[in-house]
Design a protein around this ligand. Structure first.
Ligand SMILES: [Zn+2]
Ligand SMILES: [Zn+2]
Ligand SMILES: [Zn+2]
Length: 157
């Protein structure tokens, strides 16, 4: 179990390294460590949580300011997503995937705080966008964050 997860993290990191190289982005050791922490966490972290874990795991301090800067970079590179409703960050679940990344939708469990990333079909998204824009509202982002209770937590009821 533990090993399997470690493999998955390593695989995602290798892929991220290769992708960044192709796009001319520099995934420095620091940035790579930040991504690794998010991948290992398996749950969303705030920039402050991240700085704490960075200190514990890497053994060096990381200011909240640099945590934000690095998260920003990883977000631009498409490796990390920001959850606007909770102000937290989560590693993309599709880093190691070959398929095209869809507009992400996040299912956020309000009990255990795990997040599931699911892709939304383009057509559905366009319909949603059209019906919203019919009201004269301008969407800033197409990312959806839905709050509720995950299957694991529901099974514990
Ligand atoms: Zn993603
Ligand atoms: Zn995927
Ligand atoms: Zn849950």
């Amino acid at each position: 179990m533990m090993n399997k997860n470690t493999d998955k993290v390593e695989q995602a990191l290798d892929k991220a390294q290769a992708e960044c190289g192709r796009s001319g982005l520099r995934l420095t050791d620091k940035r790579c460590n930040v991504l690794k922490i998010l991948l290992q966490a398996g749950e969303p972290l705030s920039a402050y949580d991240l700085a704490d874990r960075y200190r514990d795991e890497v053994g060096k301090s990381l200011s909240a300011m640099s945590a934000y800067r690095m998260l920003d970079f990883l977000q631009q590179a498409g490796l990390v997503h920001k959850l606007e409703t909770t102000n937290q960050y989560v590693a993309c679940s599709h880093i190691a995937c070959e398929h095209e990344h869809q507009v992400p939708q996040f299912l956020i469990c309000d009990r255990c705080h795990t997040v599931q990333e699911v892709g939304l079909r383009k057509q559905l998204l366009n319909e949603l966008k059209a019906s919203i824009e019919n009201t004269g509202f301008m969407l800033a982002s197409q990312q959806l964050e839905l709050h509720g209770v995950c299957e694991q937590c529901r099974l514990q009821d």
